[in-house]
Design a protein around this ligand. Structure first.
Ligand code: GLA
Length: 729
């Protein structure tokens, strides 16, 4: 009986394809190497018929479905480009609604599409879908970045119904992939344990990556992931999809391996506790889902992601950054003006650009002398800083260095004037016991008055101190007891919070377009491209143990360019100062050490290191990254940064295994160099008094270095080796 049904369905399917062929609309969304092909059939169902390598002849895309012999899709919408629920769909929906009249069905049909060329590289497609029964619309947007093979996708939902429509689920994007197998790389973490990778083969059913934390949303899981098609990708080989939500709040990514063995990827804000009432004629815009498909492994994928981020997303992505000395680990909360003046001298002595004053400078009635009081009261503490922040800014400039400051403006300690004055500005359940994360609560950024307050914290600092050159913006707490005294509709809070945050950041950027801002969230609790539009760099983790950092920075490097990653040399870990400094150089270098307590040789080393860094930072910030030897698999981690002309490169090499006799026994292939060029390689950043094991006089061809490789001579006596590669002309 079942077979007969299947035969009938198959027959109907063939008949349907046969009669409707001429009425279909095929819309290829193409980048330099790929095509995501949408097709509206004669009924107007918009489907993804192909996502893979771009074809020479676009006309052939329509033939793609004919070469697949997978099992029957009873609903005929498993490959929907934006799956609705309540009609004939049987799978996880991208959108689910309750209409004004209480009806829960939705069926979206293709109406029209519009292609817009933004510039030589960027295009945007808008596809309008409409329900034939209800005046309900969705416009799907696909913004393509040709050279980077990146697509940003989002949707805008609206209706003309009499009453509000409740959006139960509202994804940004819905993809459909075909492969033999799918290997997911996802990340999990906690404080000081960010970006822990896990790889698994996806099985049938739904795997969900999500966050319900509200703020610091990535604490346990960020929204970045990779899916390798057919088999796990390597650095050089394999087809891999990178995905990421550009959203700094709750997200949800459904990975559904469906009955036909295809993978449906549905990504968006998390609908958890967030049914959204949408009034007639208003628009609900979802955040962007970012994806990139590469057929040349993870290396190419991340270089393209970095180019995209630097050219289009990260604030000042192709610009410069300030090296700095931070006082957090040097003093914690225990400092005064005199002590800070000494640190300003240290900043100058060290040769870095800026001094960053961290937590503890504010609060009077409730002084911020530890983390249980003062948050919210952004006035300089009169005891510690009798002459205010401005005297520090002035003293810095007298020392020839710049001055930056830490704030955490979205948060409040119950022990603060702010909490006493505005309890209604705080996210908390009115009738329930408060529950704290790091002794603090989150301010209600859905409230415009709170948005003004947060904006004023930043604006006030800049107005009073026009020479203030840098801000570290922290956000340590998650949202417990989600409730807003401001919102009528509590289920809007998680969404309105993030929109409120972006409002504030937009206002800040309108007034202060260029000031560098560091994105911090108790470490890397809020690293995403939604936020990085407003920030120049992020703090990946409070864990600065260099061995841990090699692994963590490696994982971040798949998605984020080195110029966005702030790394500080601290006292964490048992490695030498050289090891710690070398690791921190793989990004934006900073220090959080007591310079005055350094031995002479250590001081000489760090000062030289700052000079060395100044001479190679352009390669690290603006060059391409080649991950050469994976610390998860080998004794030695090795990463090459090479400039665009491939005339200069820097290779960082570290021993990551302390077992007897471990080291770089085999040469490391320096992929990324130009085979036609000649290079000389010398070791830099040597500790004073040590000799390099590398002969700087040998000339190698790029061909040799790519095929045979180079041995950095890493072993227990040389645990960290930095090599400078220069073209010989
Ligand atoms: C968070 C940050 C740290 C530091 C402290 C200050 O934990 O991640 O870098 O700024 O706050 O309280």
């Amino acid at each position: 009986m079942k077979h007969i049904q299947q035969l009938i369905l198959l027959f109907l399917g063939f008949f349907y394809v046969g009669t409707s062929f001429s009425q279909t609309t095929t819309i290829p969304v193409e980048t330099a190497n790929n095509a995501l092909v949408l097709q509206a059939d004669d009924k107007g169902d918009l489907k993804i018929i192909y996502f893979g390598k771009r074809l020479e002849n676009a006309k052939e895309y329509s033939q793609v479905p004919q070469v697949y012999r997978q099992s029957v899709d009873y609903s005929d919408v498993l490959n929907s480009a934006y799956t609705s629920s309540g009609s004939r769909n049987l799978a996880e929906p991208a959108i689910s609604v309750i209409h004004g009249d209480g009806n829960t069905s939705l069926d979206l049909r293709y109406v029209s599409h519009k292609q817009e060329t933004i510039d030589d590289n960027v295009s945007q497609l808008a596809v309008t879908l409409q329900d034939p029964v209800y005046p309900f619309n969705v416009v799907l947007y696909y913004r393509t970045y040709k050279d980077e093979d990146v697509i940003e996708q989002w949707s805008v939902i609206s209706h003309n119904e009499k009453k509000d429509v409740i959006l139960q689920k509202f994804a940004s994007a819905n993809l459909h992939l075909k492969a033999e197998d799918y290997y997911l790389t996802q990340y999990h973490g906690d404080w000081a344990k960010e970006m822990q990778p896990e790889q698994s083969k996806l099985t049938h059913g739904i795997k969900v990556l999500d966050s319900k934390l509200g703020t610091r949303a990535n604490l346990f899981q960020p929204s970045v992931f990779m899916i390798s098609l057919n088999e796990p990708s390597t650095e050089e080989e394999g087809t891999v999809l990178y995905g990421a939500m550009e959203w700094s709040g709750n997200f949800r990514i459904d990975l559904e391996l469906d009955p036909q063995d295809n993978l449906r990827v549905i990504a968006g804000m998390n609908n958890f506790a967030s049914p959204y009432s949408l009034p007639s004629k208003e628009e609900f815009s979802t955040p962007k889902f970012l994806y990139l498909l590469s057929h040349k492994g993870k290396g190419e994928a991340s270089r393209k992601m970095h180019s995209w981020a630097k050219n289009y997303k990260l604030l000042d992505g192709n610009g410069s950054r300030l090296t700095l000395l931070n006082n957090w680990e040097a003093t914690y909360f225990d400092f005064d003006e005199g002590k800070l003046f000494e640190l300003l001298e240290d900043t100058k002595e060290l040769g870095v650009d800026l001094f960053l004053l961290d937590d503890g400078w504010f609060g009077n009635k409730y002084p911020r002398n530890n983390d249980d009081a003062g948050l919210g009261d952004w006035q300089a503490n009169k005891k510690k800083l009798p002459n205010g922040v401005s005297s520090l800014v002035q003293e810095a400039s007298e020392n020839g260095v710049k001055f930056g400051i830490w704030i955490e403006p979205e948060m409040v300690n119950p022990e603060s004037d702010l909490y006493n004055k505005h309890p209604d500005w705080v996210i908390k359940q009115p009738e329930r016991e408060e529950h704290y994360f790091r002794n603090q609560l989150v301010l209600d950024l859905s409230n415009p008055k709170v948005q003004d307050f947060v904006f004023d914290v930043v604006d006030g600092l800049f107005t009073e101190n026009p020479d203030l050159a840098y801000i570290k913006w922290d956000a340590n707490a998650v949202i417990y007891n989600a409730y807003s005294s401001h919102l009528e509709n509590q289920s809007h809070l998680y969404i309105e919070y993030v929109e409120g945050l972006y409002n504030v950041l937009r206002r800040i950027r309108e007034k202060y377009p260029n000031v560098p801002l560091m994105l911090c969230s108790g470490g890397g609790g809020r690293v995403d491209y939604g936020a990085l539009e407003y920030f120049t760099e992020f703090w990946p983790s409070d864990n600065t143990d260099p061995l841990e950092r090699i692994f963590m920075q490696w994982e971040y490097s798949y998605f984020y360019p080195a110029i966005s990653v702030a790394n500080h040399v601290t006292e964490w870990g048992s490695q030498s100062l050289k090891f710690r400094t070398d690791v921190a150089m793989m990004g934006k270098l900073g220090f959080d050490i007591v310079v005055g307590e350094l031995e002479d040789k250590d001081l000489e080393f760090v000062k030289n290191a700052v000079d060395n860094y100044d001479s190679i930072k352009d390669i690290i910030w603006h060059g391409g990254l080649y991950r050469l030897s994976d610390p998860k698999e080998k004794d030695v981690a090795s990463l090459l940064y090479v400039n665009e002309a491939k005339s200069s490169g820097v290779v960082f090499n570290y021993l990551v295994n302390n077992r007897y006799d471990s080291g770089s026994k085999l040469p490391i292939l320096l992929k990324g160099l130009d085979p036609a060029k000649q290079y000389r390689i010398r070791e830099i950043n040597l500790y004073p008094g040590t000799q390099s094991a590398i002969n700087p006089d040998v000339i190698y061809s790029g061909d040799f270095l790519r095929k045979v490789g180079f041995n950095p001579e890493v072993d227990a006596s040389r645990k960290s080796v930095v090599l400078l590669i220069e073209e010989i002309i």
